[in-house]
Design a protein around this ligand. Structure first.
Ligand SMILES: Cc1cc2nc3c(=O)[nH]c(=O)nc-3n(C[C@H](O)[C@H](O)[C@H](O)COP(=O)(O)O)c2cc1C
Length: 333
């Protein structure tokens, strides 16, 4: 019997396969299917800062107009008695997940500022979340903002969250830092329990007929996994916090490579959206088959065994084989 267990964010998981934030973890029904398929934990869909701010504004507006006696004029506003805010919805879903699932539930916040909204983390903790993930979806487009300032934003958000809750916190990061390794180290020093590598930014597209910029959500492809695997391998011996791979894990091969590189958890999203929550069981069985064939008794035995510190050819994770790779390309004839 292969032992798949792993530790992630200080939590004991029965398996490293973790469905990441998506509509699948938003529904109770699919969350149960994911648990039944063998998931080690699940990450809830995010509570977005924009939503919280929008609701706060709507409520302030409502209270203001009510005190002025202008209620009819503002008929689009919700009536408080029926008003179940996104936050209440989120907390209700979290409680329902906690009541009916045995696996750990990681709540998720998504935002970029520290002006008040992170206070909701307290309610999330009180509702029973086992950990909290913070996705900082920040596009550093302002040329006046330096890399250092961007990094300071991440650290400030972490600090603020830590002042609100005692839950383990995972930071979901973009790969677009001048020094990913230094950023992760700073977050570890700031008290992060884990880093989730890497966030995918959805790239807007241009419609060639209307010339409008259109939002476009494209699911990932397996080729995206190698960036994550490389960084987990590079970081594994350099930091002590938990590392999760997210992005491009579509098959057992990708999952096994991420574990060999040193991932504590392997997040799944696009593949489950494409193939359904039950596909997690197929992937898990394929991981077990590989472990058996390669005579491992447990995931822990192989985790990190091809991280940079343990690899036979560690330089291959950095620049060393760049020239070789270029020269190995035989062009089309
Ligand atoms: C439809 C959809 C909804 C998502 N919602 C969230 C979300 O609410 N919060 C979040 O942090 N990530 C969200 N993600 C990102 C995924 O959790 C995941 O990190 C990303 O898709 C990369 O993993 P993948 O290659 O396995 O899809 C979403 C992705 C998709 C496709």
């Amino acid at each position: 019997m292969i032992d798949l267990s792993t530790r992630y964010l200080g939590l004991a998981l029965r398996s490293p396969l973790v469905p990441s934030s998506s509509p699948l973890t938003r529904e109770l029904d699919t969350a149960h299917q994911l648990e039944d398929a063998g998931a080690g934990a699940l990450v809830m869909h995010s509570l977005f800062e924009e939503t919280v701010h929008r609701e706060q504004k709507a409520l302030e507006h409502f209270v203001h107009f009510q005190s002025l006696g202008h209620m009819e004029a503002d008929s689009y506003l919700p009536v408080p008695d029926d008003y179940l805010s996104e936050l209440d919805d989120y907390l209700e879903h979290l409680r329902a997940l906690k009541e009916s699932l045995e696996i750990p539930v990681i709540a998720s916040l998504n935002g970029i500022s520290d002006d008040g909204w992170l206070e909701f983390a307290r309610e999330i903790a009180a509702a029973g979340a086992d950990a909290l993930e913070l996705n900082v979806y920040y596009v550093a487009a302002d040329p006046e903002v330096t890399g250092e300032q961007v990094e300071a934003r991440y650290l400030a958000l972490l600090r603020q969250l830590k002042s609100e809750v005692e839950l383990p916190i995972a930071m979901k990061l973009t790969s677009q830092f001048s020094s990913v390794a230094n950023m992760v180290k700073q977050l570890e020093q700031g008290g992060a329990a884990g880093a989730v590598l890497f966030n995918r930014f959805y790239q807007p597209d241009i419609d060639l007929e209307t010339l409008r910029v259109t939002p476009r959500l494209q699911l990932s492809s397996p080729a995206e996994a190698l960036l994550r695997i490389r960084w987990i391998a590079l970081l594994r011996s350099r930091v002590g916090l938990s590392l999760a791979a997210t992005g491009g894990l579509h098959d057992a091969e990708g999952i096994i490579k991420a574990l060999l590189a040193g991932a504590d958890a392997t997040y799944l999203c696009s593949v489950l959206l494409q193939r359904g929550p039950g596909y997690l069981a197929t992937l898990q069985q394929e991981v077990i088959d590989w472990l058996e064939t390669h005579e491992y008794d447990s995931v822990r035995q192989m985790q990190g065994s091809v991280s940079q510190a343990c690899a036979i050819n560690p330089a291959a994770y950095e620049h060393a084989n760049y020239l070789e790779v270029l020269q190995s390309f035989s062009h089309y004839s």
